[in-house]
Design a protein. Structure first.
Lengths: 179, 438
């Protein structure tokens, strides 16, 4: 079985078998990221392919100072953020919701493994910006400051959107349970 | 949530690797189709231009003399050197003008010898209409000229004298010079020149224009995706976008195909500007990926319902668009009085749009401010243009006037398959100068 270093070297040389091996080894994990950051499986598939193309393009810049999976997940998250910014980012002169939801409620959504499918379905129903903030903060453990920098919003907006996202997700899950 | 997703490794979609591999292979085979197409257009245009500029009307021998045939009374052309004394007795057939139009030349036209009776005089009452085969450049026409000394009985000399005044004009059914020979011992010629509309009769016209235009965009929705658009989107766009003026510049070349009708092409450059001012509440939509619905091109699903949550959107600014279009059209020139010309025109244009880098608009699902997506826009569009203008002759070669223009975008501004189908309508006033080039 090939070691990661061999696969990385092969990818740097554009060896197709090495690239395929990398895909098979980490594809499912990365697809999990893609599903969380997309609102439908087709979109997630597109993100998966875009992400791996990006990984292969930039593999030469991988220095080995962090685990390969962590580096790849960062590539995928950045792609999701870039896609969001292209679709939705823009100057907002006044964001009224900042005033209403300035405080981070820290309310967590209790999730059990068997409910992951339901959570995923509800997550995909959220508006994209709320889903993005929820993923970045609650699952990928970015801080509000970093989220704000990545998305081009204020920290207050990041907090308020996170609060809204949690509330919406909770409502959707409750509705799902009652179905 | 973090722990729940720690081991989340869903099954890969079918053919995911094949899709990646296809893209990796395809990148190497990129064909610079656009560059080849551009090169082909440049070559075709260059060849066409070379062929066009190589076509010119040959100027016949301006030393041709005229004489009147004794038997037929026709004024006939005779190739001769200047000062030719060959003349005929022009006493016959004084009733009808001798028409030198090549269409009217009969078989009895012939080249006479240069010998002639020096005492023969042209019939003073015979008007001579010279057209078609004679070359007259009216810019040299002296409008004050109404007499010319004629050598005794010599048309040839007379014509040479006329030539000496530069009285030459191109073949054109719109141009005539009528020369009447009054009764006069000195055989002075009275030239009743009906100056043709020198500019109207031109074969090639060049135009340059500048003006102000305004535009408005209507946001239609692709019927296939009407459920994908927020219920308030069209109303808020209509309320929030305002009209602003912008400059336009144009250049054109017209080629006369028949009478006073021209085909033309050229290039137009203009900006469209809209003010944007949004300040409203909106309900957050609920979308779903279940039930077999397909997403639109932007990954959005139909709006199933609306949350009770209300968001507020407020922003303002100015959006700009730069457009270059190439028209292919028709225009005609109609004389209005002595100095004015009415020029209507229609054209079909191919246009290329560039979006301002700071443009902001509303998202059509979530009514938030978004950067205007350049990827949605078509690279080229078809437009129809109509205009009408009134022009004044400044001199033999130049007209200046004012046009009222209107443009309608025949194809939607966004790519086919997009959820929205915006179309722009543009109108304005331009001032234009037209030159004849020939």
């Amino acid at each position: 079985m090939l070691e990661d270093e061999d696969i990385i070297q092969g990818c740097r040389e554009n060896d197709r078998r090495a690239q395929q091996e990398l895909f098979l080894r980490y594809g499912r994990k990365m697809f999990g990221y893609c599903l969380r950051y997309s609102d439908n499986p087709d979109d997630a598939n597109d993100l998966l392919q875009d992400g791996f193309i990006k990984v292969f393009d930039n593999i030469k810049s991988y220095k080995g100072d962090s685990p390969l999976q962590a580096w790849m997940s960062r590539v995928f998250i950045n792609m999701a953020i870039t896609r969001f910014r292209k679709r939705n980012a823009g100057p907002r002169f006044v964001d009224m919701e900042d005033a209403e939801f300035a405080e981070d409620t820290e309310e967590d959504v209790q999730t059990e493994a068997r409910d992951l499918d339901k959570v995923m379905q509800c997550l995909q129903q959220l508006p994209e910006k709320y889903r993005l903030v929820l993923n970045l903060y609650a699952i990928d453990k970015l801080g509000h400051k970093e989220i704000a920098e990545q998305l081009g919003i204020t920290e207050g907006t990041s907090k308020s959107q996170l609060s809204r996202a949690r509330q919406m997700l909770k409502n959707l899950l409750e509705n799902k349970k009652s179905e | 949530m973090e722990s729940a997703y720690a081991g989340f490794e869903p099954a890969l979609p079918a053919f995911a690797w094949e899709g990646i591999e296809h893209r990796l292979n395809g990148r190497k085979r990129k064909v610079a189709l656009l560059w080849w197409s551009a090169a082909a257009i440049v070559v075709a245009t260059s060849i066409t231009g070379i062929i066009y500029w190589n076509q010119h009307t040959s100027i016949p021998d301006t030393n041709s003399a005229f004489h009147k045939d004794q038997s037929s009374g026709e004024i006939q052309k005779q190739s001769t050197a200047p000062g030719n004394q060959g003349m005929n007795d022009a006493t016959e057939n004084t009733e009808n003008p001798a028409d030198l139009n090549s269409e009217n030349k009969k078989d009895n036209r012939s080249q006479n010898s240069t010998s002639g009776n020096a005492s023969n005089k042209p019939n003073p009452n015979t008007p001579v209409r010279i057209q078609n085969e004679d070359i007259i450049h009216p810019e040299n026409l002296n409008p004050d000229l109404n007499e010319a000394d004629a050598n005794s009985g010599s048309y040839a000399a007379t014509f040479n004298q006329l030539n000496g005044f530069g009285l030459r004009y191109e073949n054109s059914e719109a141009m005539r010079a009528e020369i009447q020979i009054p009764a006069s011992e000195s055989h002075k010629l009275k030239l009743n020149i009906t100056p043709p509309d020198r500019v109207m009769g031109a074969r090639v016209m060049l135009g340059l224009g500048v003006g102000q235009i305004v535009s408005q965009t209507g946001f239609g929705v692709n019927p296939k995706y009407k459920n994908y658009v927020h219920e308030e989107f069209q109303k808020q766009m209509k309320n929030g976008e305002g009209i602003l003026g912008a400059m336009s510049f144009s250049g054109s070349v017209g080629y006369r195909v028949i009478s006073n009708h021209y085909l033309y092409t050229g290039i137009n450059y203009y900006q469209r500007r809209n003010s944007i001012n949004f300040d409203f509440d909106w309900r957050v939509p609920v979308t779903t990926s279940t039930g077999g619905e397909k997403p639109d091109l932007n990954g959005n699903y139909p709006i199933k319902s609306y949350f009770t949550f209300v968001n507020h959107t407020k922003f303002e600014g100015t959006n700009t668009y730069t457009e270059i279009d190439i028209p292919l059209g028709w225009y005609a020139q109609y004389k209005v009085g002595k100095k004015f010309t009415f020029i209507p025109s229609v054209s079909a244009n191919i246009g290329f749009i560039s979006i301002g880098s700071n443009n902001v608009t509303l998202g059509y699902k979530d009514l938030d401010a978004i950067a205007q997506p350049k990827s949605w826009y078509r690279s080229s569009i078809m437009l129809f243009n109509g205009s009408a203008g009134i022009y004044r002759d400044l001199n033999n070669k130049i007209k200046w006037g004012i046009n009222a223009n209107a443009n309608y975008t025949a194809t939607p501004l966004y790519d086919a398959g997009q959820t929205l189908r915006p179309r722009a309508f543009t109108g304005g006033l331009t001032t234009q100068i037209i030159w004849r080039l020939d």
